[in-house]
Write a protein that binds this ligand. Sequence first.
Ligand SMILES: [Zn+2]
Length: 207
Amino acid sequence: MAVREILQIPHPVLRQRARKVRAIDDDILRIAYDMVDTMRNASGVGLAANQVGELLRVIVIQLPEEEEARIYINPEITLREGERRVEEGCLSIAGYKGMVTRSLWIRFRALDHTSKVVKLRAEETLSQALEHEVDHLNGILYTDHMEAHEKLVKVEPEDEKVPDLDEGDDSHTDNIEDQPHTSHNPESDLWLPEDDPRNTPATLKLK
Ligand SMILES: [Zn+2]
């Protein structure tokens, strides 16, 4: 087991779709356990394989009140209900946070590290973390869910790049929660510019 480097935006792997895991073998488990170590080392509550450079559908979650990490392979959100506004950050967008809309609760299924099917209903932090991590597997970052007026927070008036910042983002900020994530085209907008005003200073370590 090892702590791996957490990729930061605009690393291209963060905008790519991860592949389904065909067999949960030792190689997959080694990656998953490395992800657990990496998440704990960064004091995060979740991590997706893309963030350590592996394009595989593997996420790990450990809620603050839980002693054991959860390893979920080929995770799927099968139902999303309701909406709530929550503050969110990401270990791959270190030092920032933002307000996003997440579901009130979700139904979720995945395989665990023993290849057993796990089905659960999640709410609160677990629901938020699962939505965040499954987004990563589809090349989606939480900043994609932020609303237009929030993108304008903390822009420096003298920043000449400001007029470009909205470009490419409006295409998928509307009702993305209601769309299959497969419809997202990560190639169309590779990242946030480094000075993107959506990058507001962070405190929450949900990643
Ligand atoms: Zn993240």
